[in-house]
Ligand binder design. Sequence first.
Ligand SMILES: C[S@@+](CC[C@H](N)C(=O)[O-])C[C@H]1O[C@@H](n2cnc3c(N)ncnc32)[C@H](O)[C@@H]1O
Length: 274
Amino acid sequence: MSQRTMEAHYRPNWELTQAYGLLGYNCGYAKPDTTESFDDHQKSLVWQLLGDVIINPQSTVLDVGCGIGGPAGWIFQKFHPSKLIGVEYLGSSVHAANERYRDKTEKPVFIQGDAHNLPMPDASVDVIFNLESALHYSDKDRFIGECRRVLKPTGTLCLGDITTSKKWLFAPVMLMNKLPSQFNSNVHLWSVADYKTAFRKHDFELHRHEDVSLPVAKSIDDGIAEIKSRGWGSTKGFRGRIGFMAVLAMLLRRRLLGYDLFRAKPRASTRAGG
Ligand SMILES: C[S@@+](CC[C@H](N)C(=O)[O-])C[C@H]1O[C@@H](n2cnc3c(N)ncnc32)[C@H](O)[C@@H]1O
């Protein structure tokens, strides 16, 4: 993975996010018949992914690919887990996340790390939260193996990712990762079937799978409308972002991309055996 191109993609993103007071940078989830802000849509996506997963004051939660810490902060505030550790690849985002919570005494801990080598001991985590980050992982199979390693036998993996069942269409984008690092796309898409195979391989039992492509597309539309209504549509960073978001929403609507939420737990038989 190229730090350089990832920075190039995300740095303007979080700078704008910070400057305009938005809290996360995922696509969001528009609940039916509501008129929430884009910020609230982003929170709704977090709750939709977590579903009825139990997080209590004894829990250890790991947010992998936590960005600048919006979802980690919301989860911390709502459930007060014993520990919430955000792992993020980009040092600049870790710095921004730590700055964001600097004045709080009780807060998540943010550290730099790579999803392919989770910086946690075996069987130490109750809930892994991984939202819209795995599309950047060059070896998702290894990531899922790492999740299995660090999860307690009773733990839950909550994973939300952009997927495709039409990989041939995105082959040129993925082939860019073979070019010198400054040209990498850092996009590695899996299908739902690929995820199901990897869960089985790593002894996970899939408890829930939800295709949320349409509410995510609606959320993106709302986000674009909000950005425009605030008069930010022509500012440099947002111009590119609007174009990118509009294409993403269109691909989700046409089912060329999917947005899928998974909740998986270590398989009961392997749980019993430890
Ligand atoms: C679309 S953002 C989502 C951020 C956050 N989950 C949220 O919902 O606001 C994807 C994040 O994944 C991070 N990321 C990408 N590859 C990673 C890796 N190998 N390990 C850890 N984080 C990674 C990116 O730097 C980026 O901050």
